[in-house]
Every structure is written in C-alpha cells, then in structure tokens.
Design a protein around this ligand. Sequence first.
Ligand SMILES: Nc1ncnc2c1ncn2[C@@H]1O[C@H](COP(=O)(O)OP(=O)(O)OP(=O)(O)O)[C@@H](O)[C@H]1O
Ligand SMILES: [Mg+2]
Length: 386
Amino acid sequence: MATLELRNVIKTYGSGLPDTLKDIQLKIDSGEFLILVGPSGCGKSTLMNCIAGLENITGGAILVDNADISGMSPKDRDIAMVFQSYALYPTMTVRENIAFGLKIRKMSAAAIEEEVARVSKLLQIEHLLNRKPGQLSGGQQQRVAMGRALARRPKIYLFDEPLSNLDAKLRVEMRTEIKLMHQRLKTTTVYVTHDQIEAMTLGDKVAVMKDGIIQQFGTPKEIYNDPANLFVASFIGSPPMNFIPLRLQRKDGRLVALLDSGQARCELPLAMSDAGLEDREVILGMRPEQIVLAGPEANGLPMIRAEVHVTEPTGPDTLVFVTLNGTKVCARLAPDVAPQVGETLNLQFDPAKVLLFDAATGERLGAVGRAQAAVTGDNVAQFKGR
Ligand SMILES: Nc1ncnc2c1ncn2[C@@H]1O[C@H](COP(=O)(O)OP(=O)(O)OP(=O)(O)O)[C@@H](O)[C@H]1O
Ligand SMILES: [Mg+2]
C-alpha cells in the first residue's frame, strides 16, 4: 500500500507540441482506487505511462509515499501496469508471461506455480496456459495481461482499460472480481475506463480529464450529483444528462425557469443564491431519472404535459423522449410504463435537483454545491395548461 501524488505534472512529447498533460495535481490515499476517465486523446495513457516511468515527465513531480520517484527507472518503482495494448511477450507462453515478473523477483518455483494457478483461475484462462499470445483472441490476451499484473503484489496497480475487449458477461464478472480483489488487497490503484458503470462502481475517487487538464476530482457521487461544469455533467451518466438552454426569469420575486413542451408550460422555481442570474442565458441540466411520471396523488412538484416522440424499452427502464423548449429530452421511466408514440404524458421534475450552467463558459452557476431550490408549498409552480 502506498500514497500516490502528482504535483504539477506537465508532459510534452516534443518542443513545439502543445503540452499533453497540463499541471496535473492529484493525491490518492493509500489503498484508494482512482478511476480516470476522459475522451479519447485527452492524455489518460500518457498519465499512466508517466506514473509507471515509461515516459519522462517534463515538469512537476510524482511521489509515492511522499518520496519523489520522477527520476526512477520503471523497474525500481514497484508499480504493475496493464497496458491498453496488452504488451505480452510474444515468444513466451501464457504461463511464462504471468510468471515473468515473479521470476525476476526471485520467487521460488513452487510459489510461482501457486500464484499462476490463482490468477489464471480468477481470470478463467487456466486452459490457455501453454499457448502463446499469437494463439489467443483479443479478450484472452487482455486477461493474460491482467494476470501478469495481478500475480505481483506491487505498491501500485495501473490499469489502462483492462476490460475493454471482453464480452459483456465476462466484463461484468471481471468488474466484480476486481472490486473484490481490491477490497481484499487494498492496493492503491489507478484505473482508466470508458465504461460508465465501471467509473461509478469501482472507484473511491474519479478524476475527469479533458485536453490534459483534470476537470474535476471527487467521489463518484460528487461527480455525478455535483458536476463542476457542463463537460463533467455531460461526460458522466448514461443516458446522459438533459441540457435545456433557456433564459432565467424573475416572477413574484423568485427566479424561475420556464419550460415549454408545445402543449403546455410550467415554471420551475429556483432558489439560487446568486442574484445575478436573472435574465441570464443558462443551460438547465436534468438527469433522465429526475423526470418522473405524475402519479394520481398531487405531490406539489411542477408538472408539464408533453408528447412522446420516441420510446426505448431497455429492460430495466423505459426511456421516453419528449421535446422541451425545442430540445430533445429523455425521461427514464419504469419498465412497465409503455406509452405510445404521440401519446401525452404528465411529467414532473424536482426543482431541487436541477443544475444550472453558464451558456457561454459551461461553468456551474448558482449556489455552492448543488443548485438550491425550495419546493415548499407556497412557491411550487402549478401546472399551467395553455
Ligand atoms: N509518443 C507520443 N508522441 C507524440 N504524441 C503522443 C505520443 N503518445 C501520445 N501522444 C499524443 O498525446 C495525446 C494523448 O494521448 P493518450 O494516448 O495519452 O490519450 P488517451 O486519453 O489514453 O486516449 P484513448 O482513450 O484513445 O486511449 C494524443 O493527442 C496523442 O496523439
Ligand atoms: Mg489510452
């Protein structure tokens, strides 16, 4: 177990090229599991390679247990990495590939055999031990690469999209195994993924990166519920958050967002602390699960009647698409809700969960933390038919 800290890390691949990593600052406690997400080309693999020592950093420092390892060679860092591109030794068998790191660490033959058996069982590759990498599928190679890292007990694990080539079933199984393994071993881990569920379920912390800059660093819950900007809000969550551009208004002394479905309008009362929001062009963010079907009992939440354009029954839920303020909006409804296209539904929103972003800069607006909205009896906008 070890702490890992990146202090103002900069990486440039060559003079004249833009910085690939721009002043990265991250600190992970001993035993923590950090998920690194971001669009393709944002610098995730570069960051991993810098931590592993396969790339030199251009500026800043990388510290493990408060000691600067920036100048150390990869083999002295005691960090095991699973590469995005597997990087197996092609002339060695699967067994030899997994055993290699243990052999150079002078582990006894019996202990190596035991370790190879343990990880190959875990990864369901026991039947492949005598094959060479060229005789394996992509998913099998990926599991061997995992096995090679897991056979070691390093200070830090780095995983660069280790499950991306596996089929859906194996991927879910492996995800659970990785989580169980981390609960047991508590090895400090950095894990790159494009998978939303892995990002939300595996990590203690999530770092969202774009263009070599960490956009937000926090717990999965913070990133999901309290995104720092429009990019983070749009990147995390599937189906993604709905974004409705509108101009905020003041009515009866209250800040309101006016929603219009074409059939009806509704006022969402917002209790943002920032008075400068009035008359401002904003983007209102609402996750699909924050839009619910109105029940028979009045609950005081704002409601709007809207026509269904498309439905997508996914199994666990039904995604229903309507139009609000000219924008396609997705509501995630219960699986037994099966509206017809063209049918109108009464949809409700909880104004307390609405987020606001600056339309020009994408920055979060309003109160510190989540957008505050009071939903007490006297200020709830009532459904207003046209
Ligand atoms: N060896 C290199 N020389 C020059 N540029 C490089 C090198 N390796 C990566 N880059 C550039 O650095 C940027 C970041 O690449 P990187 O591989 O770190 O992205 P990534 O976030 O891992 O993307 P992906 O999700 O596609 O794996 C890209 O613009 C890439 O072209
Ligand atoms: Mg990569």
